[in-house]
Design a protein around this ligand. Structure first.
Ligand SMILES: *Cc1c(COP(=O)(O)O)cnc(C)c1O
Length: 374
């Protein structure tokens, strides 16, 4: 058994993070304010092509603020991919809106435009107020933004992109996260780059990002004493985290290249064996391949493969359990076609970190092949 556990997607540092952090220490910028935050936001806009950016304490906080500045009211319906991590959907409840979950299309695993259209029409018939649509680009692959945007325009609903997993992924020629009104990114420790925890809200409309900045720093009026006319939040990123994030962002393209190679290597060695099938890639533009996932583990159950890897101290995980199957969202409306439930039952995420070696990948593929030999 391996001494060092092989994790699904651990942080991968390059050295310049520590230099940046040292610089911040030397100048005593150890607060949720400082030059690294401004520079990180700038660098982020330059890299993604986003117009305005706001560095925050987490991706979940960024989604919360995105909903707040979109002018939603209690009871509004917010459509959200059901096949996602709970962080996409929890903020809908924070603001007292009503989550309505939409199933995936099999081509991209992301929100199915036709299901969305059906859901919008049905919710309108029920007399509901339409709030927003949260589109997730799962595992670093773009959703069908062209069709989704047309539907949002047709019904005049704001489109929020949850790009927590898709930094650097494209939809045709544009970065995911920069196409809807607002986009959200995460720098949690398991994402393609990390700031040891953090998030980014981006948008085209400066007034929305300014409003989010104001709300994220306790809604302080610009007066010498503390004056508040709205309820605020303590959601700003710390300058130390921004220093780490800047160092990580400087090598993002290298990291994407490596993630894509990891996908290629797995696929080359395992595709078709015992009926194994891989997740679709690049359907609507270059994916970042944050995680390499099996769509179908074929003749073996995902749990059987997971346990075989676990025995060798290698982490793998089931795909996200759909939100409409989560006890916490049992009362929510969902429009389903069976895709996400099937994926949850038959899929598996493989270790996909960028610091993995060829030997690591060979080890994983050998263990999986062995499961089918038994
Ligand atoms: C990680 C993640 C989030 C939440 O980001 P945090 O920074 O962990 O709060 C939201 N949505 C998706 C799809 C994620 O993968």
């Amino acid at each position: 058994m391996r001494k060092n556990r092989l994790y699904l997607s651990p942080p991968h540092l390059n050295g310049c993070e520590l230099e940046n952090v040292k610089g911040a220490f030397e100048k005593n910028w150890i607060a949720p304010v400082g030059p690294d935050i401004d520079a990180f936001e700038q660098d982020f806009c330059t890299y993604t092509g986003a117009k305005h950016a706001l560095a925050l304490s987490s991706g979940t906080a960024a989604i919360h603020l995105a909903l707040l500045v979109s002018g939603l009211k209690t009871g509004d319906v917010v459509f959200c991919s059901t096949f996602t991590f709970a962080g996409s959907a929890f903020p809908i409840r924070y603001i007292g809106a009503e989550p309505v979950f939409i199933d995936s299309e099999s081509e991209s695993w992301n929100i199915d435009p036709e299901q969305l259209r059906t859901a919008i029409k049905k919710e309108l018939k029920k007399g509901k107020r339409l709030g927003a649509v949260i589109v997730v680009h799962l595992y670093g692959q773009s959703a069908n933004l062209n069709d989704l945007k047309n539907i949002c325009d047709e019904f005049n609903i704001s489109l929020i992109e949850d790009s927590a997993e898709s930094l650097g992924a494209y939809n045709r020629t544009m970065h995911t996260g920069t196409i809807g009104e607002l986009g959200v990114f995460s720098f949690n420790g398991n994402k393609i780059i990390t700031s040891s925890g953090g998030g980014m809200l981006v948008g085209k409309d400066k007034s929305k990002i300014d409003m989010a900045r104001y709300l994220s720093t306790q809604a302080r009026e610009s007066l010498s004493h503390y004056e508040h006319t709205m309820v605020g939040y303590n959601y700003r990123m710390s300058n130390i985290c921004a220093a780490i994030g800047r160092g990580q962002l400087s090598v993002i393209e290298k990291r994407i290249r490596r993630r894509r190679q990891v996908y290629d290597s797995y696929k080359e060695k395992l595709d078709g064996i015992g009926g194994i099938r891989f997740m679709p890639r690049d359907r609507f533009g270059r994916g970042n391949c944050w995680l390499t996932c099996l769509e179908d583990t074929g003749e073996a159950t995902p749990e059987c493969i997971r346990l075989a890897l676990e025995k060798e101290n290698i982490e793998s995980r089931p795909l996200w359990k759909p939100m409409h199957l989560q006890p916490v969202f049992a009362s929510a409306t969902a429009y389903c076609n069976g895709t996400s439930e099937k994926l949850f039952k038959k899929g598996l995420c493989l270790p996909s970190g960028t610091a993995m070696t060829i030997d690591d990948i060979n080890k994983v593929t050998e263990i999986i092949k062995e499961v089918f030999r038994k």
